[in-house]
Design a protein around this ligand. Structure first.
Ligand code: B1M
Length: 211
C-alpha cells in the first residue's frame, strides 16, 4: 500500500503524465480513498517539488509539469472528494490584477496551492477590484491571492484592498500578494496580510493563514 503512495509521490515529482492517471486508477481500484491518495501520495510529492523549487534545484518548466501531473490525478479524485465531503485545506480565490496580462506565475501559485490541498478558484487575469469584491462575496474564500508583474499594475492591489474595505468584506479574507515587483514592504503599505516571493512560499503562507 505505502508503495503505491510513494509511487504516486514520485510520479508527481517527475511530472510523469502517462503514469499518474493509471497509478491513481490502480490506487482507487485497490480501495484507497481519494483523501488518502491526496494526503499521502500527491501532496507529499508536491511538497517535495516546493522544497526543491525554493532551493533552486527545480525550475519553472519542471514545476509546471509536476503541477500538470497532479492535476491529471485530481481529475479522477476530485469528484470523489466532493462526494465524501472530505475537507480541503481551505479555499483560495486567485487572479492577476486589472491591466495585467501576466498569468504564468499566478497559475503556478494556484497549482501549488492545489497541490497543498486547497480548493482554488482562478479568476484569470486583468481582474477589476470590483470583480474581486463580487467574487469574495460569492465564493467566501479563506484567502484572496492577487498577482501583479508590472510596476504600473501593483496599485490595483491597493485599490482592491480599499474596495474590499468599502464593501465591508475585508476582514472576511486573508489577502496574499505576489509577483516580481511586489515586496513585503508594499504588502505592509497597502494592508495586505502577506507577501510571497514564489509559488512554493505562497502555498506555505496559505497553509500558515489556515493555522
Ligand atoms: Co511582460 N513584462 N509585458 N509579458 N514579461 C515583464 C514582467 C518585464 C519584467 C519584462 C522586462 O521588461 N524585463 C516587464 C515589466 C517591467 C515592470 O513593470 N517592472 C514586462 C513588460 C513591460 C510587459 C509589457 C508592458 C510589454 C509591452 O507590451 N510593451 C506587456 C504588458 C501586458 C500587460 O500585462 N498589460 C507585457 C506582456 C507580456 C506577454 C503577454 C508577452 C508575456 C506574458 C504571458 C503570460 O503571462 N501569459 C510576458 C512575459 C512572459 C514576461 C516575462 C518575460 C516573464 C514573466 C513570467 O511569466 N515569469 C517578464 C520578464 C521576466 O520576468 N523575466 C516580463 C515566470 C513566472 C513563473 O514568474 O511571474 O515572477 P513570475 O511569478 C513568480 C513570482 O513572482 C511569484 O511566484 C511565481 C512563481 O515562483 N508570484 C506570486 C507571482 N504571482 C504571485 C502571487 C502570489 C504569490 C507569489 O500570491 C497570490
Amino acid at each position: 500500500m505505502s508503495n503505491l503512495f510513494a509511487e504516486l509521490s514520485k510520479t508527481v515529482i517527475e511530472g510523469n503524465l502517462d503514469e499518474i492517471v493509471q497509478l491513481t486508477q490502480d490506487a482507487l481500484d485497490d480501495g484507497l480513498s481519494a483523501k488518502e491518495i491526496l494526503d499521502k501520495g500527491l501532496m507529499p510529492g508536491m511538497d517535495h517539488v516546493g522544497v526543491e523549487f525554493k532551493a533552486g534545484n527545480m525550475f519553472v518548466p519542471e514545476v509546471l509539469r509536476s503541477a500538470r501531473a497532479m492535476q491529471s490525478s485530481m481529475v479522477l479524485i476530485k469528484p470523489l472528494l466532493a462526494e465524501t465531503g472530505a475537507d480541503m485545506t481551505g479555499k483560495v480565490l486567485i487572479g492577476t490584477v486589472k491591466g495585467d496580462l501576466h498569468d504564468i506565475g499566478k497559475n503556478l501559485v494556484g497549482m501549488m496551492c492545489e497541490g497543498a490541498g486547497f480548493e482554488v478558484i482562478d479568476m484569470g487575469k486583468d481582474i477589476e477590484p470590483q470583480d474581486f469584491v463580487d467574487a469574495v462575496k460569492e465564493h467566501e474564500p479563506h484567502i484572496l491571492g492577487m498577482s501583479a508583474l508590472l510596476t504600473t499594475t501593483m496599485r490595483s492591489m491597493e485599490h482592491t484592498v480599499k474596495a474590499l474595505e468599502e464593501a465591508g468584506v475585508r476582514d472576511k479574507v486573508k489577502i496574499m500578494i505576489g509577483g516580481a515587483p511586489v515586496t513585503q514592504a508594499f504588502s505592509d503599505q497597502i494592508g495586505a496580510d502577506g507577501y510571497a516571493s514564489n509559488a512554493a512560499s505562497a502555498s506555505e503562507l496559505a497553509k500558515k493563514f489556515m493555522g
